[in-house]
Design a protein around this ligand. Structure first.
Ligand SMILES: Nc1ncnc2c1ncn2[C@@H]1O[C@H](COP(=O)(O)OP(=O)(O)OP(=O)(O)O)[C@@H](O)[C@H]1O
Ligand SMILES: [Mg+2]
Length: 240
């Protein structure tokens, strides 16, 4: 009888949070922000995370994205317990499997759009890929072929966020984490970014997106994970 199976077969979840807590130490006080978070995101899902300001959404996103480690409990990424792998392995996993998009774009001001898109490949790169060529293709994909040599100060907010999305895709990650990606954009530009995400999701990418906008969550996500008082509740989208 076959008994050996890869962890991917046993656990097809892209992200799994098991009883995760995260405390912050402020002076002598311990502030529990995440108390007991359980969450599973499967390959190909588009999940929205919602909840009041200060409820711990970004804290949870940072844990999922391996930018931070939980105080207790486990975060598993593609079946791997992030606490059991070395810092080097973790950086590699993060660099190749996860693309980040932030509310405030986080572009490097002195680099051009093209260089910003290429930037993650300086640390982690897929073997045999012409990163410059791929960065140009991604900028074309997000409609910025005529802005490749512009610097962030010469771009609008929507254009900057499109550069950030292209940068998130440079290593062809299976998971995209977006923390209020449309928070600084007008509704038309926000819609363009969301349509870009929908395309990426249709091509098989898993997307986890924090948003304050219930209409956005309802329209684009498969389901909403709602964070409140350090716990999550799953509100599956049942709306037509
Ligand atoms: N480094 C830190 N040290 C101490 N407390 C922190 C730290 N980072 C976050 N917190 C606290 O943790 C709580 C959750 O913060 P977090 O940024 O995760 O909230 P959020 O849900 O993303 O809010 P928002 O919607 O405003 O972005 C807040 O009360 C915040 O003060
Ligand atoms: Mg936040």
């Amino acid at each position: 009888m076959e008994t050996t199976q890869s962890s991917d077969i046993e656990d097809p979840a892209v992200v799994r949070a098991d009883n995760v807590c995260r405390d912050y130490q402020v002076g002598e006080m311990t502030i529990p922000v995440l108390k007991n978070v359980n969450m599973v995101v499967k390959k190909g899902e588009f999940v929205a995370i919602m909840g009041p300001s200060g409820s711990g959404k970004s804290t949870l996103m940072n844990l999922i994205g391996c930018l931070d480690r939980p105080t207790c409990g486990a975060v598993l990424l593609m079946g791997k317990d992030v606490n059991s792998i070395s810092d080097n392995e973790l950086a590699k996993l993060r660099g190749l499997e996860i693309g980040f998009v932030f509310q405030s774009f986080n572009l490097v001001p002195r680099l051009t759009a093209l260089e910003n898109v290429e930037l993650p490949t300086y640390a982690n790169s897929r073997p045999g890929v012409d990163n410059r060529k791929y960065a140009k293709e991604l900028l074309e994909l997000v409609g910025l072929e005529d802005r490749m040599n512009y610097r962030p100060t010469e771009l609008s907010g929507g254009q900057s966020q499109r550069v950030a999305v292209a940068r998130a895709l440079i290593n062809d990650p299976s998971l995209i984490l977006a923390d209020e990606p449309t928070g600084n954009l007008d509704s038309k530009t926000g819609k363009e970014i969301m349509e870009l995400f929908t395309d990426l999701n249709n091509k098989g990418r898993t997307i986890i997106m924090i948003t304050h906008d219930p209409n956005l969550a309802k329209k684009y996500a498969d389901r909403v994970v709602y964070l409140k008082d350090g716990y999550v509740e799953d509100r599956t989208n049942t709306a037509n």
